[in-house]
Design a protein around this ligand. Sequence first.
Ligand code: FAD
Ligand code: EPU
Length: 341
Amino acid sequence: MLNIQSRVSLKPYNTFGIDADARYLIEINQVNDINTLLQLTDFMGVPKLILGGGSNVLLCHDFNGLVIKMNIQGIEVIRENDDYIYVMAGAGVKWDELVQFCVQHGYAGMENLTLIPGTVGAAPMQNIGAYGVELEQIFDSLTAVHTMTGERRTFSHADCQFGYRDSIFKRELKDHYIITSVTFRLNKHPIFHTRYGAIQETLTDMGVPHDELTIKAISEAVSRIRRSKLPDPAQIGNAGSFFKNPEISKAQFDSLKEQFDELPGYPMGNEHVKIPAGWLIEQAGWKGYRSGDAGVHTKQALVLVNYGSATGQDLLNLAKQVQDSVHQKFGVTITPEVNVV
Ligand code: FAD
Ligand code: EPU
């Protein structure tokens, strides 16, 4: 029996803490619920919004349709060989719960992705990444249900067309499929990624010698770094990085570097250079800015925050001002990472 609620406040369902309403909301606990739902004639033409943890959405108005909140649980080892172990998790499992499960069991590969908010089902959407690792490095396959036909399909790594904060589900197939489970290929022989940012320094502060490195220690180091600079949505509403880091041509980078000699850049190996949007935003003077309850975080300029009662539109207006000013100062366009609804 499906429980469809009417007129529900979405405030507890998004980490920005935006107080928008949904006309209808349903919580999905098993795959069959989706097929039952898709057969309800009353809801056939109704717009649908799939939600996991709501940690990468900006709700700009009430949603006059059906919010499908994914709750499918379960973590299961499905097969293994001498080198790898394959772990399948339901779309509604909290991402960090899965990371902790793998770290505790010694299944390597996810430790750098510790403490990313949200659910397993949303993780392939933007190929989540942090501290030198992206989901695609440990991704095996996923299962999904078509939102119109109810067809169940398995997507391989190649099918997902992963890129930096990107996949086919954020482009051509946006809103076409509900991801129901994801299978990961974890390593029995860990490969440690410690070169990114402050990981090595933090491990040293923790007193972890090089020859005693473990995935648990990396997970702990990533946790410490993240807690020190990213705002906790339970304290201040936010959705992590609001913009993506832009990739510009080497020629544009060289010319900008002549004007701004401290501009950081990471060569992409394709005549392009990725530059940190946080640096651009800070240099444009926005770090710590606040207008009403909408602001730019004091420690991480890439994160927009809701101090309490900002609306989605307030945050969108602020994002536009930041975008324009970065473009004016540097001639670089920064685009949102967050899904604007
Ligand atoms: P939601 O916000 O609920 O949804 C995001 C998008 O996915 C929406 O378009 C939604 O329709 C769609 N979607 C959700 N579930 C499904 C499903 N089952 N099937 C199909 N579509 C679906 N991201 C990073 O990559 N790296 C980081 O380091 C990082 N740090 C963050 C730190 C903070 C403090 C916060 C608040 C966010 C951070 N994020 C980061 C962003 C966010 O956590 C991720 O994008 C996460 O994967 C979103 O998961 P969610 O379940 O909350 O998705
Ligand atoms: N910087 C500044 N000022 C700031 C913020 C950053 O100058 O206010 C500069 C610094 O030079 C710093 C560099 O930007 O060295 C990079 O900063 P940081 O290591 O904090 O990472 P980021 O590029 O801002 C990206 C991801 C994060 C991810 C971290 C760690 C994107 C859009 N964001 O942020 O992901 O956690 O790296 O890997 O790629 C998210 O996607 O929501 C997210 C939080």
